[in-house]
Design a protein. Sequence first.
Length: 258
Amino acid sequence: MSDVRVTTDAQITPTSDFANVVQILEPTGADQAQVCGHDIALLILDRNINLPQYVTPTINPPMSAPAYSTSVTTIGYGVDTPTDDAGATAGVRRILENVGLQCVPDDSAFDDCLSSANQNLFTAAEFESGVASTCEGDSGSSAFDQGSFDPGKWVSFGVLSRGGVSSDGTTCIDPIYERFDAWGQFLIDGAKSAASIGGYGPPTWVNEQPVVQAASVASTGGCSAAAPRGSARLSWRMGVIGALALALWVARRSRANA
C-alpha cells in the first residue's frame, strides 16, 4: 500500500498534494483473480479530504431506473490517444460529457450485454459506455449520470475496469465499467468504516437498501475473457474507486480522439 497515493489535484506532478492509502478493502467472497464482474476495491486514506461536494453512487435506485439518463460524463487522468505509448499526455484530469451508454445488462433500452455474442465479455455486474470516451490510465475513474451532472450533482454509475483499442491502434474503444449497484452493500460498509476511522459522519446514502446484490448479479453471464468487443489489445487494470472523492473542479478538455 505504501506505493498507492491519492490526489485531487487537476494535474499530477511530483509535488502534488498526495494522501497515502492505509487500507485497501475488497468485497468479501469476490474472486479477485477474475477481472470480469469483480474489478472493484475501496481505498481508505491516512487523512480526510475536504471537498465542496462528494460523489453519490447509484445504489437505490439502481442505474437502470428511469430516474437516470442514458448518457454519462467520463473523467480520468489517462492518455489522450492509444498512440501515446510513452504516456506523455497522461496525468491531467480531463472530462468528456454526453457519452452514450452502449450496453447495460437487463435493461431493454440498450443492447443486451449478456447476449450469446457477448457472453464471454461481460457479466451482469458491468456496463459499457461509448467509444473514445476513456483510454489507458483512466481505469478507476467514474461514469457520472449526465442528467445529474448537468445541474451540478455527482452521481456515479460505476468505476472503469478495462477497455480496448481499435484494430488500427488509433482509438480507445469499449470502456467496460463495474456497476456500483452490483456492490451496494460493499460500498455502504466501506463508507461506514472510513467514516469511523476518519471521525466524521457517514454520507446519507449509506442508509439506502441495495436493490441489486453482488452475489446474484456477478454470477450472471459467463465472462471468461478480459477483452472487450473489437479490441486488439487491453488497457491496464486498476479498478479502485478513488473517484468517489472526486473534486468538483475539472479540466474541461475533450479527448483528442473523441
